[in-house]
Design a protein around this ligand. Structure first.
Ligand SMILES: [Zn+2]
Length: 258
């Protein structure tokens, strides 16, 4: 049951037929993990906190650098040198004190994810690291948690979601099979225009809310490519790979990683 204050705070989304009081209660009982509190995680976390998600787990082992401020809109100039997850927690609590926020000052690795992803209802992959993306994919598949993934380079971004709580879902490894050298690839030295992160990170928050509300989710098993230079968007339907080392193996063994 929503309080009068909550009804007032969320009135502009509660009045939507797709949300309503029942939908708002679903959001209030939801737990989301955001892995990576950089350019994508900043807008995603701000919108999810503002929307009244019950619990947010913020995972990032980085400290705020001067060069982050061009695009990572959670952070201000006086935050340099501080922990991203801890500053993000403070900023989001100020935005909406109703949200329970857990700051995890650490890099997500497979063992950590396996211990923590089971405690949330949905994961947002906002990392810039392909190796971690594959680990998130593997663990979400294993623990049957929906995940919304995104990445950005230059002026363009990509977005795709998987709902592993529904049987027979394809996965990220069906699209991009893991490679040996994946751990040396990341986007930390690639140029990026700030607002494309706002567009794609906000889209991640939108897709997460739609999954939680039980609404149709266009990015489910469908890769969206958003081009900032031409302001255009295209979509590519993803089919499950029968030889996928992650999700097809899981059907044989009933677990993704055995
Ligand atoms: Zn797969």
């Amino acid at each position: 049951m929503l309080s009068r204050k909550e009804l007032q705070r969320y009135s502009r989304q509660v009045m939507l037929p797709q949300v309503g009081e029942e939908g708002q209660e679903k959001l209030a009982s939801a737990r989301i993990m955001i892995v990576g509190l950089g350019g994508l995680g900043s807008p995603a976390a701000l919108y999810l906190a503002a929307a009244g998600i019950g619990e947010l787990h913020l995972v990032d082992g980085d400290q705020i650098d001067l060069s982050n401020l061009q695009r990572q809109v959670l952070y201000k100039t006086n935050h340099q040198g501080k922990s991203k997850s801890q500053v993000a927690a403070q900023q989001l609590t100020a935005a909406n004190p109703n949200v329970r926020i857990h700051a995890h000052f650490q890099m997500a690795d497979e063992a950590w994810l396996r211990n923590h992803v089971g405690q949330v209802d949905l994961v947002l992959d906002c990392t810039d690291n392909l190796a971690i993306r594959h680990q998130i994919n593997r663990i979400c598949c294993e623990l049957e948690r929906p995940v919304v993934m995104a990445s950005v380079q230059g002026f363009s971004g990509q977005l795709i979601s998987f709902d592993f709580s529904q049987g027979k879902s394809p996965c990220y490894a069906c699209l991009f099979p893991p490679r040996e050298q994946e751990d040396i690839q990341n986007c930390s030295t690639v140029g990026v225009i700030g607002p494309i992160l706002g567009i794609v990170g906000s889209a991640q928050a939108l897709e997460a809310m739609k999954i939680l509300l039980g609404l149709p989710v266009s990015s489910l098993n469908q890769l969206y490519v958003i081009e900032g230079e031409s302001l255009s968007m295209s979509a590519l339907k993803l089919n499950k790979s029968e030889i996928c080392p992650v999700c097809s193996q899981s059907e044989l063994t009933e677990s993704c990683n055995k």
